[in-house]
Design a protein around this ligand. Structure first.
Ligand code: FE2
Length: 238
């Protein structure tokens, strides 16, 4: 996806000598807490090995560029065209993976499931007809993606939308603000579901963290989506 970029003002970079680095966020639950819907081994590999490797790749790519080391992963994604060509592809993949996975862990909860309530529940009913219609549509759009990518429920200027992005791209265009996302890479479900992505998509609803999606919806409603709102669950740095 070709991102539509607008340079966003951020505080001036701190010296690289501060040693800031992107780091793997801690999960708010144990690797086995999402059983039986998402298995412990998948979580351990997915978070502890794969996400960690993306963070390491990002830090390695940025190592020669002191002026970029204090930039957030989101800023890097929004400003890919301004990055040195030698690292642009690596940063696009690794920062995207870092952002998306960081959001994804918070989109899941051992106490998840149920129905979205409040303003988000109303918006889903208004936008898709009913929650069941939304769920059917979400699964269908995810199943239709060819290859690896991410499945998103976003709020954009016209309301709610379901979309996919390829690889580890983040939905930067059209002021989209992510409310809910699912990882459609094989590594997210292969150990339990093998190639059956549709089964995975049907099985994950009991661990969906609707209160988190509702908080993100409130944030999107009350923030101008043409900017890139800061949000407490952005990736961490040390
Ligand atoms: Fe993943």
């Amino acid at each position: 996806m070709a991102p539509s970029l607008t340079l966003k003002k951020e505080p001036a970079p701190r010296s690289a000598q501060t040693g800031w680095k992107h780091r793997l966020p801690r999960l708010q639950y144990a690797y086995d807490a999402l059983e039986p819907y998402i298995d412990e081994r998948t979580m351990a590999v997915h978070h502890g090995e794969l996400h960690a490797s993306y963070v390491a790749q990002l830090n390695t790519a940025l190592a020669p560029f002191a002026d970029l080391q204090s930039r957030s992963a989101l800023w890097l994604l929004r400003n890919l065209d301004s990055l040195p060509g030698a690292i642009r592809g690596t940063v696009r993949a690794s920062a995207g993976a870092h952002v998306n996975h960081s959001l994804f862990w918070n989109a899941l909860s051992p106490k998840g499931g149920g129905l979205p309530v409040g303003a988000l529940g109303e918006a889903i009913a208004r936008g898709f007809g009913s929650f069941e219609d939304f769920r059917t549509r979400f699964e269908a759009v995810g199943a239709a993606l060819s290859g690896a990518g991410w499945l998103w429920l976003v709020k954009n200027r016209s309301g709610l939308a379901i979309l996919t992005t390829d690889a580890h791209d983040y939905p930067l265009a059209d002021g989209a603000f992510p409310l809910l996302l699912n990882d459609l890479w094989d590594h997210a479900y292969y150990l339990k579901h093998e190639k059956r992505r549709a089964d995975y998509l049907k099985s994950w609803w009991p661990v969906v963290n609707w209160p988190e999606a509702a908080r993100r919806y409130q944030h999107a409603v009350h923030s101008p989506v043409t900017t890139f709102p800061r949000y407490p669950w952005t990736p961490q740095r040390s």
